[in-house]
Design a protein around this ligand. Structure first.
Ligand code: HEM
Length: 130
């Protein structure tokens, strides 16, 4: 197996890990919540998985960019914007601040999930703009 394929497989597996992390993140906002705040035990699991998957996605994504000599398709830029939306909504939804209500966190998470679905649609459809 060549290095490019190996890195791509790790990249896609990390994306799958991110989906699992997000499902756990959603559970923290709906199951076992305390004082209008996310489930404290599940939150730790979510945080660990989220950091691991995002770190792997970024490291392998940058490696793929270097291997491809930065030759990208036009939809790649949309993918980057959506990726930033996912990260910023996760940061907002899980900020350690007791004044943020669960309803606000759920709204933040909703935006993140919609952006992630759009991102996956992009990498599957690979739209051609011309
Ligand atoms: C949640 C975020 C991400 C998801 C779900 C994701 C998913 C994917 C998938 C499924 C592919 C394979 C597409 C195919 O060839 O069929 C891919 C390719 C690629 N990704 Fe990502 N990605 C994400 C974030 C990133 C980031 C942050 C970067 C760059 C820093 C990146 C850079 C790349 C590159 C360069 C390729 C092209 C590989 C190639 O075909 O040679 N990705 N991504």
């Amino acid at each position: 197996m060549d290095a490019h394929l190996a890195v791509k497989i790790v990249h896609m597996s990390s994306a799958t890990l991110l989906i699992i992390a997000i499902v756990i993140g959603l559970l923290t906002l709906y199951v076992g919540t305390q004082d209008n705040q996310p489930n404290p035990k599940l939150r730790k699991v979510f945080m660990a998985l989220q950091h691991l998957s995002l770190l792997l996605i970024i490291l392998t994504g940058v490696s793929l960019l270097v291997m491809n000599e930065f030759q990208v398709k036009p939809w790649f830029y949309a993918k980057m914007v959506l990726f930033l939306v996912v990260i910023s909504s996760l940061i907002k939804a899980f900020k350690k601040d007791a004044s943020i209500a669960l309803a606000q966190r759920r709204a933040g998470m909703f935006i993140g999930v919609v952006a992630l679905i759009a991102l996956f649609s992009l990498v599957i459809i690979k739209p051609v703009f011309s």
